[in-house]
Design a protein around this ligand. Structure first.
Ligand SMILES: [Fe+2]
Length: 419
């Protein structure tokens, strides 16, 4: 169904159609398909188009999660680029088992580090080196396997999985930025150890189900320095690893803590960890009725890109992760539901998607589609956990089984990224 309207009657959420009418026959006809945002409408009007065909049935006023809106809200950063990125060497399915073992091994070690520090028992921090090497190996074979595990960990495992996730995200980012291997390793070590200092903060403060008082905040904000001093006592960790721990709550504009460092005074590892720490903390929180969708988290962080993060970092991070990171449940054109299985760094809005359900809700085996190729199905929106008719973790059999041997209250709290 189509209807011609003047362009000045366009409202956000309307679905415009591409027609067979040649521009020579009607140069004032806007002739492209997709749901329009307010930014798009401004552009259409400023370019002088006077008429447009729309499909009223596909108009969706509630279009917050439409792919077009999401893309538009990121401005230039999600435009397709010509860059050629290295392809993963191993398929996701093949890498997933190894990634899961590596992830769980790192998770168990993190629990052990934190619990032992809290009990003042001996801690073998050197173990971390092997764990980071293993994480690097998996990321080199296929980065989406570990990134999917980061995304699909359960909310109640936040405390422990956060350290592993930060290590994984930091390593993946450093790799994406083509930092030398030695720097990638240092950034990964910092990520794994970044919150060790929290094991020296009273549990009552870490797990307080309320806003902290000023004096409690002062105590909590000691954790970067405490972690730095703890790891420093163990010989064999470079200054960069130590500074990554010390600086992980610093902000580019100097608004962070504990030293309120500004700009390039913040160590490289600190810049990377502060970015991925915020991403994992916000992604994990449940302050609203529903969990925040990844693109909503990225959009929120995108707004902080010039104040909180090193210039260009946020843009690169979006490219690395994709607007719909691996593990996201999405709807594609035709009403199919699928799970994102691989990001596409050159086209952040067009990942690979494993289609699993048709419009009628019937499970199908349609396989994986690359939404980045011409004429392929395209993502129409991203589904929240509440909306999703499928459990991507169960479906792909990839939920990391977190060990549950610990008895005491977990150190670390709800993950307020400002804490
Ligand atoms: Fe922290």
């Amino acid at each position: 169904m189509q209807k011609k309207i003047p362009t000045n009657q366009l409202v956000p959420g309307m679905y415009t159609l591409k027609t067979d009418i040649h521009w020579r026959d009607n140069p004032y006809l806007y002739n492209a398909e997709g749901r329009v945002t307010s930014e798009r409408i401004d552009k259409i009007l400023s370019e002088g188009y006077l008429e447009v065909f729309i499909d009223p049935e596909r108009t969706r006023p509630d279009f917050d999660n439409s792919a077009e809106t999401v893309a538009a809200s990121f401005g230039e950063t999600v435009q397709d680029v010509e860059e050629e990125f290295e392809k993963p060497r191993t398929s996701l399915a093949l890498e997933m088992d190894a990634a899961k073992n590596t992830y769980v091994e790192a998770l168990e070690a993190s629990i052990n580090f934190m619990d032992n520090i809290r009990r003042r028992d001996a801690v073998d921090l050197y173990k971390g080196k092997k764990l980071v090497e293993n994480l690097m190996g998996s990321l080199a074979r296929n980065p989406d396997a570990l990134l999917t595990l980061c995304k699909l960990r359960k909310a109640d495992e936040y405390t422990y999985s956060h350290s592993v996730n930060v290590a994984v995200l930091a390593l993946a980012f450093a790799r994406h930025m083509s930092y030398p291997r030695s720097v990638q390793f240092e950034v990964g070590m910092s990520g794994l150890f970044h919150d060790l200092g929290k094991a020296m903060i009273p549990i009552e403060i870490l797990n307080a189900p309320r806003d902290l008082s000023e004096s409690e905040l002062v105590i909590l904000r000691r954790h970067p320095r405490l972690g730095y001093e703890y790891v420093k006592k163990t010989p064999g960790f470079t200054q960069e690893v130590l500074l990554g721990i010390y600086d992980h709550h610093e902000r580019f504009d100097g608004s962070g803590y504990p030293r309120a460092l500004k700009g390039d005074k913040i160590s490289l590892a600190g810049r990377v960890i502060s970015l991925v720490d915020v991403y994992d903390a916000i992604s994990s929180r449940r302050p609203y009725k529903r969990a925040m969708l990844p693109h909503e988290v990225l959009r929120l962080m995108y707004q902080m890109r010039n104040t909180d993060f090193f210039p260009g970092f946020m843009e690169h991070f979006i490219r690395m992760l994709g607007i719909y990171p691996a593990g996201s449940v999405v709807e594609v054109s035709g009403g199919f539901i699928g799970v994102v299985t691989a990001s596409n760094p050159s086209k952040p809005t067009k990942p690979k998607v494993l289609l699993v359900m048709d419009k009628q809700g019937t499970y199908i085996q349609a396989g994986e589609v690359d939404t980045g190729v011409e004429d392929a199905p395209y993502i129409t929106r991203c589904l929240s956990e509440g909306e999703s008719p499928i459990d991507p973790g169960k479906l792909l059999n990839i939920n990391p089984d977190a060990p549950r041997t610990f008895n005491e209250q977990p150190p670390g709290s709800a993950g307020n990224h400002r804490r």
